[in-house]
Design a protein around this ligand. Structure first.
Ligand code: SF4
Ligand code: SF4
Length: 365
């Protein structure tokens, strides 16, 4: 008997999966499980609403609302109440932090949109709109940011709200922001990335206590860091002529102070895309640098982004992404149309990247 109980207990033991996200099927709307892989077509009855029709004749409507991504308990409770009351209790998040709520009747769509709007959450972000800006963690979660990516996003989306709830762009516009220069930022049609402009200032009193010096030396992509004894203590020194101000030494060694209210700036890159629809994926290119990192509303960044966005809206042909548009008109015309200053820093087309980037483990001096 005891052996039998033991065997049952062993059989029911939980699988040791301790990483990764849980199986999404268990949270899916029942109509989506029923028709999984059997959808006939989909359309968009209005901005922010997707409509899918299955071969079985079942229909489902998905309402997409923008969120601030970093949700507190108040916002989570508020949104869950809306989803329970006006939706059918099922929700999923998109990679750009939009929330999608599925309902099985068209009649439920209007009241659900109204409830979101009344709570201050816009419905949109589908089709040829400026969807929610993808951003990195910022001051709230990460220990190395030079700006608050989520703050830049909030202030920009306040200004671009009209483009989120409509589908009036030539094609979809993906904007991204990144709060340091080296880690998790992505690329986009328009990308706002931190740009460090000065080598790190070293707090020599702390280096010996906080940093593993060989790892810091190894981190530098241009071999600009050397061990040194300063004021009788083991520390580090930076060859400022070599330093490219990348900030890579700061995460393993916070006394390498790279962040600075005046010299940490923002740069704007244009024309990146990951998709291969209609044209091949493209790398973004730098178009504006040295923009003040000016919280809480970053007005200078908003001005440049809006300038690029509305020039694109006016000049691009239907279905051209920002990168396609620039490829057609050429970079000189892009700078002419936007009025952004063109400098010598804008001309790298990465053709010589094999030689100019540190693409191997060998260090070049
Ligand atoms: S981009 Fe850099 S600072 Fe921002 S969350 Fe990622 S690692 Fe942290
Ligand atoms: S900022 Fe970058 S290039 Fe400069 S010392 Fe640090 S790791 Fe090296």
């Amino acid at each position: 008997m005891a052996q039998q109980t033991q065997a049952v207990a062993k059989k029911q033991m939980r699988q040791p999966i301790e990483s990764g996200c849980p199986d999404g099927m268990q949270y899916m709307h029942p109509l989506m499980i029923k028709n999984f892989g059997n959808w006939k077509y989909h359309d968009r009855p209005r901005p922010g609403v997707l409509h899918h029709v299955a071969y079985s004749g079942d229909e489902i409507w998905t309402v997409r609302a923008g969120t601030q991504r970093q949700l507190g308990p108040y916002e989570i409770n508020l949104l869950c109440d809306i989803i329970d009351q006006y939706g059918e209790g099922y929700v999923r998040f998109t990679i750009r932090s939009n929330m999608e709520v599925m309902v099985s009747e068209w009649d439920k769509v209007g009241p659900l949109i109204q409830a979101f709007n009344d709570a201050g959450y816009p419905v949109g972000g589908t089709g040829n709109s400026v969807t929610m800006i993808a951003h990195t963690q910022g001051w709230l979660h990460c220990d190395i940011p030079g700006t608050d990516a989520s703050g830049v996003v909030k202030s920009l989306m306040d200004e671009l709200h009209g483009e989120f709830i409509k589908e009036e762009m030539p094609n979809r516009v993906h904007i991204t922001t990144s709060c340091c220069q080296i880690n998790c930022g992505g690329q986009g049609d328009i990308a706002i990335n931190v740009q460090y402009t000065k080598p790190p200032k070293i707090n020599h009193d702390l280096v010996a206590n906080v940093c593993e010096r060989p790892s810091v030396v190894a981190r530098c992509p241009v071999a600009a860091i050397r061990p040194a004894i300063v004021n009788g203590k083991p520390s580090l020194e930076v060859d400022e002529k070599k330093c490219i101000c990348c900030g890579a030494c700061y995460p393993p060694c916070p006394p390498m102070q790279i962040n600075d209210p005046e010299h940490t700036k923002l740069a704007i890159w244009v024309g990146g895309k990951n998709s291969n629809a209609r044209s091949k994926p493209m790398f973004q290119k730098l178009v504006a640098a040295g923009i003040p990192n000016n919280p809480p509303r970053w007005p200078e960044v908003a001005a440049v982004v809006k300038n690029i966005l509305y020039t694109y809206k006016k000049d691009a042909r239907d279905w051209e992404r920002v990168g396609d548009w620039v490829e057609r008109i050429g970079w000189p015309r892009f700078f002419e149309l936007t009025g952004l200053p063109f400098t010598k820093f804008h001309i790298d087309n990465w053709r010589g990247a094999r030689n100019s980037l540190n693409a191997s483990t060998h260090i070049r001096f």
